[in-house]
Ligand binder design. Structure first.
Ligand code: GCU
Length: 424
């Protein structure tokens, strides 16, 4: 345990040093963006133009998905590799002054010790007449941090690297401004959340903790550089939570929006690309390696990620760090993999690290695929980012909120309106 904590401290120091080091400094100067050409999502590897929805679905979509799997995030096993079970641990039938029912459900897997588990918190509107649509999002610090409600159990990380030495109780409610549970419940939606490091601890970089041991037999057939990075493991966890939700009668598993902020926004996009059961996908400030175009090399860069957080991706991705123009795909194609399902990409205007313009251009460049599949895509919005706090688009929606890297009520209000349009 002590060794892991020391490793964590060391990584934190490298991170700090990296941010200060000239060569990895982010580029916040628009004039330094080298002109680039994006790969065309509607041209197959053999040069065939994708002119029909069938050709997209049967050929081009899998080509793109395979590239992201083999060269960026790593291959993802299916559910069949591991036995999945769940059990309702506790129920509070009168949460939020009687407005909601809170449930704590444990998902666990048949595997040698330590047996991986994921504890999910499910918040359901009590007044609902039938199964409700839901938002599913991983949280950064434990389920007890999304609300000040003392009923919620404390959740910990399997190896304690993140919370060691911290008083978990003192963390209760620390992220509640990012999870407006009452507002979500009042609008008729359930909220489901779990602690991301229970799935796989962050920055570990090895394949020994959390759910990784469950991937072992699958990974024997995967070339080492394409083995799952942590984003893949977290996204896999989201799909297993959806498996479980298919058995929660109060929730309509056919109407689940997967949502995430920052690294968990990258994860939400990747989960939505892999698992087409997610009805809607929301990327909040996901930035580099998420919604932002890699070729712009603006804000955080693939090179920075390669130096500081390589374990989020598969090892293959390193070879593009110094020259993102060589990547045979770009992040607009990640968004295109979600088509025709509704997708919301959100940025914040002070969050240059996540490259708001690159996030918008990525959403905008996914439009031809959305239109081929019969939706109204970005809704005719121009190729220049909109004014601050003015959402644009249609099935592909975008806003650049005023303020910092965060999730706020403004963001949630837009996500709820978007969900009302497509999931009600
Ligand atoms: C860092 C990292 C980003 C990431 C963010 C987060 O800033 O460089 O890529 O999105 O952490 O997840 O909080």
């Amino acid at each position: 345990m002590k060794k892991r904590f020391t490793a964590f401290m060391l990584i934190s120091c490298i991170w700090t040093a990296a941010v200060c080091a000239e060569e990895w400094k982010e580029n916040n100067d628009e004039s330094k963006v080298i002109p680039y050409t994006l790969p065309d999502p509607l041209v197959c590897q053999d040069g065939t133009q994708v002119a029909t929805p069938e050709l997209w679905t049967e050929k081009r979509r899998s080509e793109i998905l395979e590239m992201f799997r083999m060269q960026m995030y790593g291959m993802m096993p299916d559910r069949g590799q591991s036995e999945l079970r769940w059990e309702t641990l506790r129920v509070n039938p009168v949460a939020l002054d009687g407005k909601a029912v809170f449930k704590e459900i444990r998902i666990w897997f048949d595997a040698p010790n330590p047996r991986p588990k994921i504890d999910i918190l499910v918040c359901i509107p009590r007044a609902a007449a039938g199964p409700v649509p839901a938002f599913l999002g991983l949280n950064f610090y434990g389920n007890h941090t999304v609300s000040g409600d003392r009923w919620i159990s404390l959740t910990d990380c399997p190896d304690g690297t993140r919370v060691q030495g911290k008083d978990l109780e003192a963390q209760r409610g620390r992220s509640k401004s990012r999870w407006p549970i009452e507002m979500i419940i009042d609008r008729g939606y359930a909220l489901v959340t779990a602690y991301y490091e229970e799935i796989v601890p962050d920055y570990h970089g090895g394949h020994t903790l959390g759910v990784y041991p469950l991937f072992a037999s699958f990974e024997e057939s995967v070339p080492e550089p394409s083995r799952a990075g942590e984003i893949t493991a977290w996204a896999w966890g989201l799909s297993r939570i959806l498996d479980c939700l298919e058995n929660v009668p109060e929730i309509d598993a056919g109407r689940v929006a997967v949502m995430g902020h920052s690294r968990l926004g990258k994860t939400a996009l990747w989960a939505g690309a892999n698992d087409q059961r997610f009805a809607l996908v929301i990327s909040n400030d996901s930035g580099c390696g998420g919604a932002a175009l890699s070729r712009r090399n603006f804000g955080e860069t693939p090179e920075f990620m390669d130096q500081v957080i390589p374990s989020w991706f598969c090892r293959y991705y390193s070879r593009y760090a110094k020259d993102p123009a060589q990547i045979p795909f770009d992040q607009h194609e990640l968004i295109a993999l979600i088509a025709p399902r509704p997708v919301y990409v959100a940025s914040a205007d002070e969050d240059l690290w996540a490259d708001p313009k690159g996030e918008y251009l990525s959403a905008w460049n996914a439009d031809p695929v959305y239109r081929l599949l019969g939706t109204d895509g970005i809704g005719g919005a121009p190729d220049t980012p909109p004014e601050t706090d003015v959402p644009v688009g249609a099935t592909i929606r975008y806003h650049r909120r005023s303020g910092k890297h965060d999730v706020t009520d403004f963001d949630w209000n837009e996500y709820l309106g978007f969900a009302d349009r497509y999931m009600k």
